[in-house]
Write a protein that binds this ligand. Sequence first.
Ligand code: DAH
Length: 374
Amino acid sequence: MSAPNKSYDPVEVEALKPEEIARMRDEALAAIAAAGDLQALHEVKVAQTGGTSPLALANREIGALPPQAKAEAGKRVGQARGQVSQALKKRQEELEAERDARVLVEEAVDVTLPYDRARAGARHPLTTLSERIEDIFVAMGYEVAEGPEVESEWLNFDALNLSPDHPARTTHDTFFVENAATGTEQSGVVLRTHTSPVQIRTMLDREPPLYVVCPGRVYRTDELDATHTPVFSQVELLAIDEGLTMADLKGTLDHMVRALFGEGMQTRLRPNYFPFTEPSAEMDMVCYVCRGASVGDPERPCRTCSSEGWIELGGCGMVNPRVLVSCGVDPEKYSGFAFGFGIERMLMFRHNVEDMRDMVEGDVRFTRPFGMEI
Ligand code: DAH
């Protein structure tokens, strides 16, 4: 048996020397203080307090010491480990507080911001322009009158002095409504080709004086392309009173284009033929873009009016006495004027819409820029 190791001195165990324990502790404390975030601190914790950490390894050495040395070495190592775990706890709290403060700022929700509303739609510009035109006339005392889109052939043509063999009828490419009984087009019913039958309905309905504005959809058998559509919109005007003349018609047209396009606008009338007015005219307005300045000036061409200085709006005239008679209005006592024009065309040059298809396809990307005009 070997004799007890008298020369054994615990202080001689390298890992348990006070300065060595102090160095391990200081290293651990420095690493804890340097941990910049919770993840880094977690790594420091594993390295400084885990089973293979310097202080844990030193702790294991204690067991090999003689009993009298154990207590002192155990106290030293225990104190060092206690300081390290306290420092860890403190740093953990600091970093958690920092993280909570940061999250509060980064993930803050400003409840006063407008909430994410569903996008508002927009009314169709054809509707708003048509209503704007109606408003101009309502302000002058006119009433809004409407008629059906499926109309009798008599009101659409005959009563307007367009007899069945009248050549002008063929210029209206008409949709005929099928006769359910015979399966033919001989039903006497059409999709109205213009808003002029509303003139007739108004005169048959009421006694003059009459001042009406008639907006509405009309139909012709055109193919849909950049400049044609089989369904389009017109606004019709009818005034019947005693003593109305072409001067009243001209003044009314001038007022309308000024209200729509601004001061200084004018109209001009060019002789034309419509069966329901006599005399009849084509009405033009001064080009609202160049105001006529492009005429004869190749330096300043105008795309809107093709450098003509005028834009064609529609047809007009004094109501034909034959029409008055067919509606029971005495042409000796009353006279009247009427005009009608297409809204699509007006929208095209008023808002630079280049393709008519945009107006009928119903894409909100087309209507949205016009905004909400009420
Ligand atoms: N109804 C005609 C068309 O659609 C336009 C028109 C011309 C209307 C002359 C009128 C008018 O009231 O007087 O082509």
